[in-house]
Design a protein around this ligand. Structure first.
Ligand code: AMP
Length: 207
């Protein structure tokens, strides 16, 4: 299972990625999480990535591809992996093809007009990394799953979200057709409760 999760920011990639990787014992490779870890640790990569992430822009392809290539070369990826948030450009998809064979690409489809509200109302847990929506959990600062502290991602403010959505439309959405032509694309309706999306995803991927 060499899986890629496509989908716009706020489509629920992270949530579905966690469910799939927990159930099937795959490494969950989220480029956004890798950048945020580097930002927390104040590495040179983190400093560079932050300047793009804060503006809602993509980190340059060469830097991102190098980081992913290193991660995929580790032993835990030999039996499969799930990429969450990579590739996001055609050039990243072409680079990935030279590293490994992707067996399944799952696109989580959510109408664009719903994404802004999903992202600006998102709260993430510092401890377990899970995310929730204020319309479901209310104004609590405590994670309903693990009791950790909830926070709002710096790039989930309205202005940055708008540029992230613009970047998705202009640079990432075309990957749907790219993978459709390769015959590996599966699509699920992401505008549904988490467990329903998960059930549909398992069915679509034939796992
Ligand atoms: P995410 O957590 O997937 O929403 O990613 C947060 C931010 O990290 C994005 O808005 C980009 O700035 C950066 N990022 C994540 N993945 C990539 C990627 N594949 N290519 C370039 N930038 C990325």
């Amino acid at each position: 299972m060499n899986i890629v999760l496509l989908g716009a920011p706020g489509s629920g990639k992270g949530t579905q990625a966690s469910l799939i990787t927990e159930k099937y014992g795959l490494p969950h490779i989220s480029t956004g999480d890798m950048f945020r870890e580097n930002i927390r640790e104040k590495t040179p990569l983190g400093v560079l990535a932050q300047s793009y992430i804060d503006k809602g822009q993509l980190v340059p392809d060469d830097v991102t591809v190098k980081m992913v290539a290193e991660r995929l070369s580790r032993d835990d990826c030999k039996k499969g992996f799930l990429l969450d948030g990579f590739p996001r450009t055609l050039s990243q998809a072409q680079a990935l093809e030279k590293i490994v064979k992707v067996t399944c690409v799952l696109d989580i489809d959510v109408p664009l007009e719903k994404l802004l509200g999903r992202l600006t109302g998102r709260r993430c847990c510092e401890k377990c990394g899970e995310s929730f929506h204020v319309s479901v959990i209310g104004n609590t600062e405590i994670c309903p799953k693990c009791g950790g502290r909830l926070y709002t991602r710096a790039d989930d403010n309205e202005a940055t979200v708008q540029s992230r959505l613009d970047v998705y439309v202009s640079q990432t959405a075309s990957l749907i057709d790219y993978y459709k032509e390769k015959g590996v694309l599966r699509r699920v309706n992401g505008d549904a409760p988490v467990n329903e999306v998960f059930a549909e995803a398992e069915k679509a991927m034939g796992i």
